[in-house]
Ligand binder design. Structure first.
Ligand code: SF4
Length: 428
């Protein structure tokens, strides 16, 4: 093995992969078998991050950054003048095992540019996973990117060796995709997603009858959208996201703020801020839709097609719907409690549990950990009168923002530093 060359490839291909944010690895239960290597169950694999906020507990690389496509938003596009490299299948296997043995990583996140064609590339990704599982007896976490347009047979095989599969939607709307990646078709993303969904269902039902049936892609599938490369609204993004959650039973949809990388009049110009705050508001909205019982229509609609960036989406909704408040924390049901700004789902559970024993007042709510700066204007409890009084939404917003310690502000500015010299990358 030529170590210098491998090191060089690693630099190029890890750098090209690092801005793909869809590397969450939670949810897999692949246990260590036959005294093999690794154990992806309960190891908190993906929740360690580098100082730049990206996940590092996985070896996160591309198989190659050669690509036959020319997607305008991607640093790997064929017209971009960057250093290219490609790993051999065995090199990725060896790297993964060596890094694992040294305790550098707990798994592998493997994506790729498309060389030759979708199947040629997908076949190699699958081969890496297969060799790790069958030849190296590796039970650590494996996340494989699926190549749009890959055949059903390869997708079926991929899920037998990988914990998670993902295909990036890339651009939230079909028009946007047409504009920036005219060679690609939406159907190329949909087809492998549908295949993965159907295989998961089929393997699950077979397992009920035959215990020895393997689990197909135990951590499910995920996808990623680039935000801000085209001019879609937040409402369009969240409707797209909801469609993919529902239709393909996605475990996660990731939102990745576009990092301007090229002089292209179809794209935001170089120097335009990366929409980190918007990215965060979309994640919060995603959470409200999946876990808090909100509908998209409540948060985003014709009158409000975009999220406010200066306040979180729940507070924004509450200020537009003051008629629903105050909520009585000692009597309200779970759904209403979850709508109080500053009250998370864990706090909802704690409130419901605690109020069985006593009437809750300020001191109890503070002890539970709810954010009183926001919550006090939207609830009543044993010790309070209603703090909102006759204030208007605008007055409440300014009061809350005035008293906010703004924990995000610092985080955003430090994250923005990450992008000073690096280009946005997304791979299929
Ligand atoms: S997004 Fe994927 S297909 Fe498009 S240029 Fe990048 S690596 Fe190639």
């Amino acid at each position: 093995m030529n170590f210098e060359r491998i090191k060089e490839k690693l630099n190029i291909l890890a750098d090209a992969a690092k801005y793909d944010v869809s590397c969450s690895s939670s949810g897999s239960k692949r246990a260590n078998k036959n005294k093999g290597l690794g154990d992806s169950s309960g190891m908190g694999i993906c929740h360690t991050y580098t100082e730049d906020g990206r996940c590092v507990s996985l070896l996160k690389i591309l198989l190659t950054n050669h690509c036959i496509f020319d997607c305008a938003y991607c640093v790997t596009r064929k017209s971009n003048d960057v250093k290219r490299a490609a790993f051999k299948v065995q090199e990725v296997v060896d790297l993964t095992i060596n890094f694992y043995r040294r305790n550098y990583i707990e798994g592998l996140f493997l994506s790729s540019g498309i060389f030759k064609n979708a199947d040629y590339t997908m076949e190699r990704l699958v081969l890496v996973a297969k060799k790790l599982r069958l030849e190296e007896n590796f039970n650590g976490y494996i996340h494989l990117k699926s190549i749009p347009g890959a055949s059903d047979e390869l997708m079926r095989e991929a899920g037998l060796y990988a914990d998670r599969l993902s295909v990036n939607i890339e651009i939230p709307t079909e028009q946007g995709l047409k504009l920036l990646a005219p060679d690609k078709k939406r159907e190329d993303f949909i087809k492998p997603m549908r295949k993965v969904k159907n295989e998961i269902i089929q393997y699950k039902s077979e397992k009920k009858l035959i215990k020895s049936t393997p689990i197909y892609a135990p951590a499910g599938q995920s996808t990623q959208m680039i935000i801000g490369a085209t001019d879609e609204t937040d409402a369009q993004i969240m409707y797209t996201s909801a469609y993919f959650y529902k239709e393909f039973q996605m475990k996660r949809v990731y939102y990745s703020g576009y990092i301007p990388i090229s002089h292209d009049e179809r794209l935001p110009s170089i120097g335009t801020d990366v929409p980190m705050l918007r990215e965060n508001r979309l994640y919060q909205t995603d959470w409200l839709l999946r876990f808090y019982g909100f509908s998209i229509q409540e948060l985003l609609n014709k009158e409000h097609p975009n999220l406010e960036t200066d306040i979180d989406p729940k507070l924004s909704w509450a200020l537009r719907n003051l008629q629903h408040f105050p909520v009585d924390v000692n009597h309200a049901d779970r759904r209403l409690l979850a709508r109080i700004p500053g009250v998370g789902m864990r706090s909802v559970d704690k409130i419901i549990n605690a109020r069985r024993y006593r009437k809750l007042g300020w001191e109890h709510l503070k002890a539970i950990g709810i954010s009183m700066n926001r919550a006090q204007y939207f609830l009543v409890c044993a010790s309070s009168k209603f703090e909102a009084k006759d204030r208007t939404a605008a007055q409440l917003k300014s009061l809350i923002m005035g008293n906010s310690s703004s924990k995000w502000r610092g985080a955003y500015s430090s994250q923005l530093n990450l992008f000073e010299s690096n280009a946005n990358v997304t791979v299929s």
